[in-house]
Design a protein around this ligand. Structure first.
Ligand SMILES: C[S@@+](CC[C@H](N)C(=O)[O-])C[C@H]1O[C@@H](n2cnc3c(N)ncnc32)[C@H](O)[C@@H]1O
Length: 330
């Protein structure tokens, strides 16, 4: 059933079917991609409810958008009206069929955000619909300039194609992986930080060092793109803590879009009773636990640490061999 819904993904109320909104490309990501793929004629395979399509239409002269689900295509048409764009040719059908394929003959660039299962233990390219290898085979006779969206959990080494792997974070959450082929490939791996639009790429060795006064958490797109070495060299940072999920780097007092959070160190100690002393002395009110702990124990440990604290500050506590107590810098 088609309905009009408001979502944080879009600045306007948009039309969606039951699950279209869930898989729709957020406006800010769609706009970034549309700027990078700006051209005369852009084709989109599997346009869904048109989150990406309307952005392509704002930046490219002409858009051809195909979708096999009639309700989703209807939403995309209505969303194009909401966004006030008129340069889209919508096509209903399976993009693997010859009748749909022929509409894309004049496209300079073809983009595809395939369907994939909502959850998988290990993300696999074989479960995409349409599959990337199929699209390459069917559409590369028209243009080598192909771009795809893929799940960002896949590390660069597990992408079995010769293409640029661009990891995108939105508000410091890992959001998208874009794959660029042909002339669209500018480098091997890159990380893009949105909304700032900052891009990181290149070569660099990871440096390791001690925990120092200022600590920084790298953005997850930089980590996923395996560009920590570039960050170390560019900003003179040293990795001083890793626990499998979290990374801290020491360096100067600085801020950068490539850093998710920055902290000032309040203490390093060996036990929770010493953590409690640091919290008391430092004027803390809240203690955010940033280490692996069974969810059922999180609040009992946190309450024990916070009980009777009468300060105002929020401290974050990481745990490796020792507890690292720090305060976030705004
Ligand atoms: C992840 S969604 C795209 C979402 C879109 N980017 C948006 O912002 O709404 C993938 C879409 O591809 C469509 N699709 C999958 N296989 C297709 C095929 N063989 N032919 C046409 N459309 C297909 C699905 O129906 C689905 O709407």
């Amino acid at each position: 059933m088609i309905q009009k819904r408001r979502s944080r993904k879009f600045s306007k109320e948009i039309f969606t079917d039951e699950d279209g909104l869930r898989f729709a490309t957020p406006e800010i990501v769609g706009e970034y991609r549309a700027k990078r793929l700006k051209t005369d004629v852009i084709g989109e395979l599997g346009c869904g409810i048109g989150g990406q399509t309307v952005q392509f239409a704002r930046y490219s002269s002409e858009v051809i958008a195909a979708e096999r689900d009639e309700e989703k295509l209807e939403c995309a048409k209505r969303n194009a009206r909401i966004y006030g764009v008129k340069n889209i040719r919508f096509i209903l059908g399976d993009v693997r069929s010859e009748e749909v394929r022929r509409f894309f003959r004049d496209a300079d660039i073809i983009f595809c955000d395939p369907s994939r299962p909502p959850e998988e233990e290990i993300r696999s390219f074989l479960n995409f619909e349409p599959r990337i290898d199929e699209v390459i085979e069917l559409y590369s006779p028209f243009t080598e300039n192909l771009a795809f969206e893929a799940p960002p959990q896949i590390p660069p080494a597990r992408v079995p194609f010769e293409c640029e792997k661009e990891y995108i974070s939105l508000n410091h959450q890992l959001n998208r992986l874009n794959l660029y082929f042909g002339e669209l490939k500018k480098r091997d791996v890159s990380a893009v930080i949105l909304p700032e639009g900052e891009v990181l790429y290149g070569e660099g060795e990871i440096s390791y060092g001690e925990i120092e006064n200022y600590l920084h958490e790298p953005d997850p797109a930089v980590v996923k793109a395996e560009l920590l070495g570039v960050l170390c060299e560019r900003f003179d940072l040293r990795v001083c803590f890793m626990d499998g999920k979290r990374i801290l780097m020491s360096g100067d007092d600085m801020r950068s879009p490539f850093l998710k959070n920055s902290y000032i160190l309040r203490g390093v100690c060996g036990s929770l009773s010493e953590v409690r002393e640091i919290l008391e002395k430092g004027g803390a009110k809240k203690a955010v636990l940033r280490f692996e702990i069974p969810p059922s124990e999180y609040w009992s440990v946190r309450r024990r640490l916070e009980e009777g604290l009468n300060g105002e500050r929020t401290f974050h506590i990481f745990r490796g061999d020792k507890f690292i107590v720090c305060e976030r810098l705004e």
